[in-house]
Design a protein around this ligand. Sequence first.
Ligand code: ZN
Ligand code: ZN
Length: 369
Amino acid sequence: MPKIRNRFLFGFVVGYHVLLLGLLPFALGVSSWAAWGLFLATYAIGGLSITVGYHRLYAHRAYQANPVLEWMVLLGSTLGFEMSALNWSHDHRLHHRKVDTDEDPYSIEKGFWYAHVGWLFQYERKFDASLVPDLLANPRVARQHRWFIPLTVAVNVGVFLVGWWLTGPLASFFFGFLLRMAMIHHCTWFINSLCHTFGSKTYARELSAVDNALLALVTFGEGYHNYHHAFASDYRNGVRWYHFDPSKWMIWLASRLGLARNLRQNNSLTIRKSLVRRDRKMLLHSLGEHTAPLARELAERLEHLAHRFDTDAASVREKLAELRQASASRRRHLRREVRQLHASLHRQWKEWLRLTRTIGTHYSLAHHH
Ligand SMILES: [Zn+2]
Ligand SMILES: [Zn+2]
């Protein structure tokens, strides 16, 4: 067994799991609708504060929030027991920057359980202020960091007392504290373990991060982790309308209520264009290692398709710019052209996916895991 550096954390995590299991039979005896309601409410507030606040707002600056929303997430996140926003974002920015390397704090390269929770017991944070200058300058984040333990105790004791009044002491402690904390912890940790292991890679094939729709269900939409690693500053993780991403909906709702603004998002043409560029480079590189005629033929098709996609995408942009100052009759004509280009780009995209998949299966990309 590896040496445990952070003994307090280790004791805390192991201890509350033991307590959780030990109390389970008694807790089931006092379970009620109110107890489960308490669990759900605290789980949702704590979980969403982490995803909407810590992750998308602070770690990735995917939008801007006003102080009211900031304090909501800075206090709500104390239900998650995941350290201060400053430290969390520090580690998470490092995770994105150094993903799959030795410097990635929760690198999946060091194993599934290490990425899930083991890293917490081993990790020595070498705090690098240059990773979080914006957060150090944010007085609310600084205050939450400084007062993190008293704030966490105060919020959780308060919630416990409200729960006691609603459901009694044992149910409040078990459902509103232990179970809620365990759920938030494991769901966050799943992002680092499962979402770097089981799922599909549409956006960044060179990374270990994957999209996993099932996990999105319990992580407030964070399961679309391949997309997220490819486009981390997008306020959405699930980009299709049918993707289950409550964090995205909450941020959108907050913007409607005037609590958030400057939501950053990539439109699909931008996303696809950068995907084509990225895939092209990577696949040509792996095809270059082969001399078989098929490899050369595939490389040619790849070049051809990538070039055409780029050209058509550029002319969509030109035509849209032209549209703004065109006369009415010319406008109608231009609109039709843009529509046709979009349709053609869509077909090219499908063809691109087929081609890259073919190349992927023929030349199982050796340097990828
Ligand atoms: Zn990740
Ligand atoms: Zn992230």
